[in-house]
Ligand binder design. Structure first.
Ligand code: SF4
Length: 401
C-alpha cells in the first residue's frame, strides 16, 4: 500500500500492519505523521486536556549486576560510589514530594544482589504505614525477575508478596527494545528477554496491577525492530488491557560503554507519532521532555502525546548519561497552555485529580533536579545490617557498619 492509502485507513480508524507501519515510518512526511497522530489523539481525548503527575523518581540503589552497555547510571558491587538509600532518606524524599503536591514515588534501582525480598517488603510496609494514601509505582519487570532469581521464588509469588506489602503499580522500565537480537547487543538479554519482560507484565496485569510500557530507541535497532517492539506491546494490550500508557525516549549516549550518538528531535517526534498510530489500544502517550527538553516536549502534543509525564523532582538515570532537563509544575502547565491545551493533574490511573496545585496554594518552586544522594555521601543505612548480603563486598560492608 502507498502512504496515502495507509493514511486514509488510519483516519478511518483502521489498524495498521507491520508492513504498513514501516511504509509510514520510512516514507510519510513528518507533518503527515503528526496529523495522523493528532487525529487519533483527538479521537481518544476530545476534551483537549493534557495531564501530568507530580511524583518523584527515586533510585533506591545504583549497584547493579546487569551491566547494560547503554547505562551510565550503574555501579559495580563494591564500588566506592555505590549506594543503597536508607528508609529515612526515602521518607524525607516522600515528605518533600508531598510538600509540592505529589502523591507517588516512581521507585526503581539497579539489580543489587545484596537486597533480599524482605528489604523491599519492609520498605513498602514502612512507607504505607507512614503515608497510607501515598502510591508506590515501583520495580520494573527486570527488577522483579532479579528479585525472583536471587530469592529463588516464582515471579508470580514475588508480585504477590510485593503487592501485599504495598506495591500499587509497575513502571514499564527495562523494556529498551523488545527484540532479543537487540537485547543481546545491548547486554540486556540476560536481565530479561523480550518474552520475560512481557510475561512479567502479563502476570502483573493478571494480578490486577496496571503498568506502563516504554521503549528506548536509537542504539542498534532497525526501523522494523522499533515497530516489532510496538506490535508486541499492542498484542499484550489486546490480551490484558493492563497498560495505562506508553512512553518512548531516545538513548542517551554520554558516559556509556556503548557510546554513539543521540537521535534527533525529528526522529523522536516521528517515533512518537508512529507509536500513536500503531498502539491504537493505548489511551495515553507521554511526552518525553526529560530527554528532549521542554520545547520538543511541547511539540509532542502535536505528535500524539496527551500527557506530560511527571513533574520531575529528582532524576538520576538519564542525567548520568547527559540529559538533565528540568521543569517544575509551573513550567509544565505553561508549556501545555501555550500549546492550546488545558492542563490537569492526574494519578497513575490517569484519573484527573484537579487543577494545577500552584494555582491553589503556595508551592515551593523546584528549578533544579534533586539527586538520589549528595555527591560524596557514602553513608550506609542503619537498617541494612538487618538483611543478609550475598556478595563478598556486601558482607564486608555489613560487618564494618
Ligand atoms: S539499565 Fe538498569 S539494569 Fe541495566 S545496568 Fe543500568 S541500572 Fe542496571
Amino acid at each position: 500500500m502507498m502512504v496515502d492509502q495507509i493514511a486514509d485507513k488510519v483516519l478511518a480508524g483502521g489498524r495498521v500492519s507491520a508492513d504498513e507501519a514501516l511504509v509510514l515510518y520510512r516514507d510519510a512526511p513528518t507533518h503527515l505523521l503528526g496529523r495522523l497522530a493528532e487525529a487519533i489523539r483527538d479521537r481518544k481525548h476530545p476534551d483537549r486536556v493534557v495531564t501530568y503527575i507530580i511524583d518523584r523518581n527515586v533510585n533506591y540503589t545504583n549497584i547493579c549486576v546487569a551491566r547494560c552497555n547503554f547505562c551510565a547510571f550503574y555501579r559495580e558491587v563494591g564500588a566506592s560510589d555505590g549506594y543503597v538509600l536508607g528508609f529515612e532518606e526515602i521518607f524525607r524524599k516522600i515528605d518533600e514530594t508531598i510538600s509540592v503536591g505529589g502523591n507517588q514515588l516512581l521507585l526503581k534501582g539497579g539489580h543489587n544482589p545484596d537486597l533480599p525480598i524482605q528489604w523491599y517488603e519492609d520498605l513498602f510496609r514502612a512507607i504505607k504505614t507512614r503515608y497510607p494514601e501515598f502510591k508506590l509505582h515501583a520495580l520494573s519487570p527486570p527488577e522483579v525477575l532479579h528479585i525472583s532469581r536471587i530469592n529463588r521464588l516464582p515471579t508470580t509469588e514475588v508480585i504477590r508478596r510485593l503487592v501485599a506489602a504495598g506495591l500499587d503499580s509497575i513502571p514499564g522500565g527495562g523494556a529498551e527494545m523488545l527484540v532479543d537480537r537487540v537485547r543481546k547487543l545491548l547486554n540486556c538479554y540476560t536481565k530479561a528477554t523480550a518474552d520475560e519482560w512481557l510475561d512479567i507484565m502479563r502476570q502483573a496485569h493478571q494480578a490486577g496491577l496496571r503498568t506502563t510500557a516504554t521503549m528506548m530507541y536509537g542504539t542498534v535497532e532497525t526501523d522494523a525492530e522499533r515497530i516489532e517492539h510496538m506490535l508486541r506491546l499492542r498484542e499484550l494490550q489486546d490480551e490484558t488491557a493492563g497498560f495505562t500508557a506508553f512512553i518512548t525516549w531516545s538513548y542517551q549516549p554520554d558516559h556509556t560503554e556503548h557510546g554513539g550518538f543521540e537521535a534527533t528531535g525529528v526522529d523522536y517526534l516521528r517515533t512518537l507519532a508512529l507509536a500513536r498510530i500503531v498502539l491504537d489500544n493505548f489511551d495515553n502517550l507521554q511526552a518525553s521532555w526529560v530527554t528532549q527538553g521542554g520545547k520538543v516536549g511541547q511539540l509532542s502534543l502535536a505528535f500524539g502525546a496527551n500527557d506530560m509525564g511527571s513533574v520531575m523532582i529528582e532524576e538520576n538515570v538519564v542525567r548520568a548519561a547527559g540529559a538533565s532537563y528540568c521543569m517544575d509544575e509551573v513550567e509544565i502547565v505553561h508549556n501545555v497552555e501555550d500549546a492550546g491545551f488545558t492542563a490537569k493533574r492526574r494519578n497513575m490511573h490517569y484519573e484527573v485529580l484537579g487543577e494545577p496545585i500552584f494555582r491553589q496554594r503556595e508551592v515551593p518552586r523546584m528549578l533544579a533536579l534533586a539527586t538520589a544522594r549528595a555527591d560524596g555521601d557514602a553513608s550506609v543505612p542503619e537498617e541494612l545490617k538487618n538483611y543478609p548480603a550475598r556478595s563478598r563486598a556486601g558482607k564486608q560492608l555489613r560487618l564494618v557498619h
